[in-house]
Design a protein around this ligand. Sequence first.
Ligand code: HEM
Length: 344
Amino acid sequence: MSEVSSDDRAIARWLMVCLALVFAMVVLGGVTRLTGSGLSMVTWHPTGMLPPLTALQWQAEFDLYRQFPEYQQINRGMSVDEFKRIYWFEYSHRMLGRLIGLVFLLPFLYFWFSRRIRPGLTPRLMLMFVLGGLQGLLGWYMVKSGLVNNPHVSQYRLTAHLTSAILIFGFILWTILGLLSPRPYRPLAESTRPRWRQGSLALTCLVLLTIVSGGFVAGLDAGMIFNTFPLMGGALIPEGIGALSPWYLNPLENLVTVQFNHRWLAVLTAILLLAWYWRGRETFASQPAQTSFKLIGMMVIIQVALGISTLLWQVPVVLGALHQAGALLLFSMLLFNVHALSRV
Ligand code: HEM
């Protein structure tokens, strides 16, 4: 066992702050979507920071918004005050993104110039920064898809934006775990428990797939229909599940199929994760491994309960946001599990 150096500890602490901010960013992004605020800012100025300040500026911003289909088809008759409410959500989401950029960049430069970054870590940190920037671009690409005749953001772009946010979060978390872990990484070939590691990785991919399927539900507002569980419209296999042609459009564009897939993929994932918890909970002597199994067992129950409640109550903002945050936490716990098992 080796000790964690004070430089690594300092860098890990800084990355934890970034991680917490990314977490807040994901949740705020969810709230922005759930409150129907995501299309309120119809332009993107990567360097512009200030919101409208005077009544005149607000009116000008509102006039811009009124030229777009979301106002004309969904929010017609909205007042400036109502507009301000949706604008502030989107504005905060964008500003938080920039704050994360600064909170990342400035300490990075400090650590870099003072040569406190361990060999091999610098390119990884640079990659994080670039990915963060690309994430902002992807966000704007997503918003643009809703500024057209049909004022709904594309479910493909929304899912891509959500999934990449979760992957960036995972990347930072993985780096932190590596910095704070006193045990060195073991290549798979040297692992004493290769099957466990492979299993853990496979389950992480399954959770990611469930998250992707959830992104489609969110992107198509497919949580607003069939608000019962386990049956959908009184049947296990609902009517209309294969209504679109060609058939492969159904899992991507048919609300019924998209919801059906998410709920049952999630249930399957949950059953496998509970079995994983049950089998792993006393198998390993290492404390991090034990903890990771317990966290998975606990979090998956909470996540399924949140998912079902979100559905039954027809996606209230608070439950929708909690369900999204829960997905991120569950994914983190699986990464923690993979990490812990890579060191036994
Ligand atoms: C392993 C368990 C689960 C995971 C990882 C998961 C993940 C997700 C994710 C990432 C989203 C997208 C959230 C967003 O962008 O706002 C989502 C949406 C949704 N999920 Fe799940 N989910 C799980 C279980 C369930 C279950 C069991 C149900 C119900 C039977 C459910 C119902 C929903 C609904 C209705 C939405 C749409 C909410 C919205 O529009 O914001 N989920 N899920």
